[in-house]
Design a protein around this ligand. Sequence first.
Ligand SMILES: C[S@@+](CC[C@H](N)C(=O)[O-])C[C@H]1O[C@@H](n2cnc3c(N)ncnc32)[C@H](O)[C@@H]1O
Length: 105
Amino acid sequence: MTGVTLKMRRSYPEDDRAKIFKGRYLESIPDKEFDKADLITDVFGVFSYTKTPMVVLEKYWNLLNAGGKIYIHFGSKSNGMIIDQKNERHLLIEWIENNTPFNVL
Ligand SMILES: C[S@@+](CC[C@H](N)C(=O)[O-])C[C@H]1O[C@@H](n2cnc3c(N)ncnc32)[C@H](O)[C@@H]1O
């Protein structure tokens, strides 16, 4: 299990199987520092805060094993819209379907 956070606000069990990246933006951590994953979850996490959602999605894609799944929950505040680096608004689901190899479930 791998976790990423800018600041650790609660304690977590010491476990050799858990690798926690603390104090670094996910977007700035090279892919080679991560193990590939079958499941990536982002519950009000990086995706809700990043100014570069496309960069984050690309990173998740790079880190996912073939056949893996990504679960993103970013709430209803944004009405499902994201803003890309050209400052254009997109419905996330449509953008993913049109621009990535992901299947939206
Ligand atoms: C609202 S908390 C949610 C944490 C967790 N998913 C939960 O439900 O308890 C948001 C987390 O995302 C982290 N975060 C936000 N943007 C980040 C980024 N660009 N890189 C790394 N961590 C980030 C914050 O440090 C924080 O730990």
